[in-house]
Design a protein around this ligand. Sequence first.
Ligand SMILES: Nc1nc2c(c(=O)[nH]1)N[C@H]1C(S)=C(S)[C@@H](COP(=O)(O)O)O[C@H]1N2
Ligand SMILES: [Mo]
Length: 331
Amino acid sequence: MRKHSGTPWFPQPAASAITPQHIFAERRRLLQLLAATSATASLSPWAAREAMAAPAAMDKLAALPGKASTVPGTQLAAKPTPWDDATSYNNFYEFGYDKADPARYAPAMPTRPWSVRVEGLVQKPGTWALEDLLRLQPMEERIYRLRCVEGWSMVIPWVGYSLAALLKQVQPLGSAKFVEFVTQADPEHMPGLRRGGLDWPYTEGLRLDEALHPLTLLAFGMYGRVLPNQNGAPVRLVVPWKYGFKNAKSLVAIRLVEHMPATAWVKAAPHEYGFYANVNPGVPHRRWSQASERVIGQGGLLAPKRATELFNGYAEQVGSLYTGMDLKRYY
Ligand SMILES: Nc1nc2c(c(=O)[nH]1)N[C@H]1C(S)=C(S)[C@@H](COP(=O)(O)O)O[C@H]1N2
Ligand SMILES: [Mo]
């Protein structure tokens, strides 16, 4: 008998055959498999999808300027992704699994009136009207790299302020150890909810010290405008040292809790997606490497890739949060 070497007996594509299309198709296939109610849903293959709907024009969105942030690490010296790419190539599964679905369907989602409940283990629970959140702190512009777990990245000038500013207002109790984020689930406007796959509403979570880190951003805008709906209007999370799926879009509740919350991706595929999800080129996804990434908006699929950085390049700012932690075990 062949000695067990860790190599599966079933046919596997060679590493060199794994292309971005494979990865997107694989992740979407997983979602389809997970979808209990998908009997009637037929999804077009990634490569053969319909032409994308035109993204909402930038000048239709209200201006939301921000002063260049002085928080260390917030002014990445890299060329921002073109607006058209950042607003037409999206993951927002509530609107569908194709990268073009959010731009096609999200613009019809109402984002006013909007409010965010801040609840759980806090001195001052309450419901925050969007208008009050918008004036809680001066808006800052922060240029971050967003690294999707699928192996691509974008550079986006966000507008917002540190989540810590809001958390300080509500005064977390000593028993609060984690923060759970709950997002919009609006069946009338989100066709993806009918397909199952993820457990809606999409939820995410952070350890309290991660949530309080100054780099953790509550974002209301990008490129000097309010957020387009497909990018998470009217308010979303951006945690730049973690994989993109941690950046919950269209937030409706922020909940301080004692125990590590379940999150949408961990519930769907716990062997593939972890709670921490720190960007790490040394810890591969179970089905693909995370060592490099395709930069969206720069030369397409054939352009050379960039090397992925530990903590997405923010190790200097956030490395100390994970001192002594086994990053392979806590992926
Ligand atoms: N509510 C919600 N938030 C979400 C997602 C989602 O499907 N639903 N997808 C995540 C993933 S996988 C990524 S990579 C980022 C993409 O953000 P962007 O479209 O603004 O680049 O949003 C994250 N936030
Ligand atoms: Mo992602």
